[in-house]
Design a protein around this ligand. Structure first.
Ligand SMILES: *Cc1c(COP(=O)(O)O)cnc(C)c1O
Length: 389
């Protein structure tokens, strides 16, 4: 059959929210003559710490770098095990291998799509050093239970908060719960620096180590070295990485951070619209579940839906049909344990993760889209449901 798109132009799955203030700030950075790590990086770190209410922010050139630094600063290495969901971006797991440790995959809870805490408890061994929780789609994982498990077993709670800048859990912004929390400012995330990330912590020693590892192991920054008050001398304390953010990125970050809550509210209104309109497709589409944690603020980084077996077509075909109807969608995530490398090295069955993966997709949700765009998304799904159920 021929599908009749309800809109003429293609609605992309994601798009950054960039306006004149973002552009001006980047131009200012370019004109300042300081392109690498300089005053804007320090300002961004200070403003992010204040916004979150945490003691230390170490900015990085990606969220992946922040996660790598978290494990390095925590002293995690060979023979250590880190508990992690497979239902995440590969970065969360790759970094565990970068430090020579072993990823221990744990299944997710079907309602929250975050770590199933009952399963976590079963996977702890004498080699377990940390739990890496992922706040899938921007919904906070069960941090109360995870904190308790960590305290009882002397583990570190590390959070991959790539989706969760602006998310609140029990009245406090994400950043205030785990020992080390990592954010991503990749182009599609809730706020962006193009590429970028940050590690935040209240532990002085962890912050100091993360800084050292992220700046080649040099105990001083170039900003110190090249300013009038600086000197040429520096010392390498350990073989670190070059993971620093630049002033161009930080300039963008400063402006994006100021708009973050406004952008989150826009995402939330789109999410509420989707929840409201799509509930009529009750047995066709599984929507994000309301749970106790919904009294908290949700960043709505993603709006995942699951296609039930009532459809005549599967998820992959559904995505193709949406594309033909001019609506971009995506899949979060291809479970890490199903990627060729991990399948061979760390074979495991994760029934909930695999079931959810087979039917999940993410709808467009971002502050640069309009409510009319959201209406097109819903009407398109309803249109397809009439043809394919
Ligand atoms: C985006 C993302 C990352 C990695 O962030 P980058 O800034 O792209 O390196 C890590 N974990 C999750 C869950 C992500 O979505």
């Amino acid at each position: 059959m021929t599908l009749q798109p309800l809109r003429k132009d293609f609605l992309p799955f994601a798009k950054p929210d960039i306006d004149e203030t973002d552009i001006e700030e980047v131009i200012e950075a370019l004109k300042s003559g300081w392109l690498s790590k300089g005053p804007k990086v320090f300002q961004f770190e200070k403003e992010l710490s204040e916004f979150l209410g945490v003691k230390h922010t170490v900015s990085c050139n990606s969220g992946t770098a922040a996660l790598h630094l978290a494990l390095l600063a925590a002293g995690i290495g060979p023979k250590d095990e880190v508990i992690v969901p497979s239902f995440t971006f590969c970065a969360s797991v790759n970094v565990i291998l970068h430090v020579g440790a072993k990823p221990v995959f744990v299944d997710i809870d079907e309602d929250t799509l975050c770590l199933d805490v009952k399963e976590v408890a079963k996977k702890i061994t004498k080699n377990t050093k940390a739990i890496m929780a992922v706040h899938f789609a921007g919904r906070a994982a069960d941090l109360t239970s995870l904190r308790q498990i960590c305290d009882e077993n002397n583990l570190l709670l590390i959070e991959d908060a790539a989706h969760a800048i602006g998310t609140e859990y029990q009245g406090k912004l994400i950043g205030n719960h785990g020992d080390i929390v990592c954010f991503s400012f990749y182009a599609t995330k809730n706020m962006t620096t193009g590429e970028g990330g940050a590690l935040v912590t209240n532990h002085d020693e962890i912050a100091e180590k993360a800084r050292l590892y992220g700046w080649l192991g040099i105990s001083k920054s170039a900003w110190n070295r090249y300013s009038q008050s600086g000197s040429w001398f520096y010392e390498v304390k350990l073989p670190g990485y070059k993971y620093n953010m630049t002033d161009i990125q930080a300039g963008l970050g400063i402006v994006q951070l100021r708009k973050l809550e406004k952008m989150r509210k826009k995402r939330a209104s789109i999410a509420n619209y989707y929840l409201d309109r799509l509930k009529e497709l009750d047995d066709l589409v599984i929507l994000p579940k309301k749970t106790e944690s919904d009294i908290d603020k949700h960043s709505w980084h993603l709006f995942p839906i699951q296609i039930t077996s009532k459809w005549k077509i599967g998820r992959d075909d559904f995505i193709e049909m949406m594309k033909k109807m001019n609506i971009g969608t995506s899949v979060h995530f291809i479970p890490v344990h199903l990627h060729p490398y991990y399948k061979e090295k760390y074979p495991i069955n994760l029934p909930v993760t695999e079931k959810v993966y087979s039917r999940i997709l993410s709808l467009p949700i971002y502050s640069a889209m309009t409510m009319a765009d959201a209406e097109d998304v819903v009407n398109t799904i309803i249109y397809l449901s009439k043809h394919y159920q």
